[in-house]
Design a protein around this ligand. Structure first.
Ligand SMILES: [Zn+2]
Length: 338
């Protein structure tokens, strides 16, 4: 860890679990770039379950960023013995399966896992209907009992503690201790990310979030941000450049994060209402012509490049340049009623 040596790190990971291996590779790439100090992992206790399985209580500690935020977490990890030695095989998850999902959960949130199994199928039905697309395989959901462990298992750069996360090639990860009504919208949001990223990983932040909110959350809320009275037309009347100049993961203020997601979703709704849902799919297909990155999201270069790709795709698919697109969007939003 101290040498930030990815090959030596990945040699310790169970590569038979492709999703977990991808998650750990992406995690380490982020960790390599991050400013951290004082990294330690302490084994509190270890238990030999059988000849090929050990579970261990670990306490992981490091300080994050120049302000040295304390990122200490304690968790139960599983290690398995395969032909080339002992490997880290993720948290010591229990597993339940439904028709479209594999639900992996920390044992302390078992009662929530049962709710999640039911809510996940509701989310699935809604997304397939709204988006008109479905995932290729069963989707893995990982449930975390603690938001810091969730952040620790995904993108450690994010300034705020979040409830869900999905990256291309990874499982959908979620914080488990939430009220039942919040579960299906969250899964619908993350499932939309998973399906759309499966088509193309050239999605910039506002397009990705806009798709996930519009096709994922909206039907569970009963309306868009304007109809729900969360924001006024004036507040939502932001040019596309506002979305592209702000970096979502650096935001910490709830209201700004909400506005960013709402404006993004309204722009997607604008495309659906004025050009048709099939044009949204055509945009994704157009973006899928670029080779895949197949790595964790980088909000610097990759975001810039994906914005350019989207501008080009809008021109090709919708037949307008960004100035016109932006003018039409602003005109459309100003004509909407709450
Ligand atoms: Zn999202």
């Amino acid at each position: 860890m101290k040498a930030k040596d990815i090959m030596r790190y990945l040699a310790l990971i169970n590569e038979a679990d492709k999703e977990y291996y991808t998650e750990q590779r992406n995690w380490f790439l982020i960790y390599q770039d991050a400013v951290t100090s004082d990294f330690t992992i302490e084994v509190i206790k270890a238990k030999r379950v059988n000849d090929t399985t050990i579970t261990a209580s670990l306490r992981q500690h490091y300080l994050y960023g120049p302000e040295k935020a304390d990122r200490t977490v304690a968790y139960e990890e599983r290690f398995i013995k395969i032909s080339n030695g002992w490997k880290d095989a993720d948290l010591d998850f229990s597993v339940q399966e439904t028709l479209h999902f594999v639900v992996k959960y920390q044992v302390e949130v078992e009662t929530k896992a049962i709710e999640v199994c039911e809510e996940a199928e509701k989310a699935y039905a809604s997304v397939v209907k709204e988006l008109g697309l479905e995932p290729q395989d069963k989707t893995t959901l990982k449930l975390y009992a603690d938001q810091e462990i969730l952040r620790q298992s995904t993108d450690i750069r994010v300034a705020y503690l979040f409830n869900g996360w999905a990256e291309d090639g990874e499982s959908i990860k979620m914080y488990a201790r939430r009220e039942r009504a919040a579960i299906a919208p969250l899964i619908a949001h993350e499932l939309t990310h998973k399906i759309t990223l499966g088509i193309s990983d050239s999605l910039n932040s506002w397009l990705a979030e806009g798709l996930a909110v519009h096709f994922g959350n909206r039907s569970f809320r009963g309306g868009n941000a304007l109809q729900m009275g969360w924001f006024t037309v004036e507040e939502l009347s932001r040019p596309v450049t506002w979305l592209e100049e702000n970096t979502l993961i650096q935001m910490t203020d709830e209201k700004t994060i909400g506005l960013y997601n709402s404006v993004s979703a309204m722009v997607v709704e604008f495309i659906v209402k004025t050009h048709g849902r099939d044009r949204v799919k055509a945009l994704l297909t157009e973006l899928s012509k670029y080779p895949r990155y197949d790595r964790g999201y980088d909000y610097g270069k990759m975001e810039q490049e994906n914005q350019k790709r989207l501008h080009q795709a809008i021109k090709t698919v919708l037949g307008v340049n960004m100035d016109t697109f932006n003018r039409q969007w602003l005109k459309w939003i100003s004509s909407q009623k709450g």
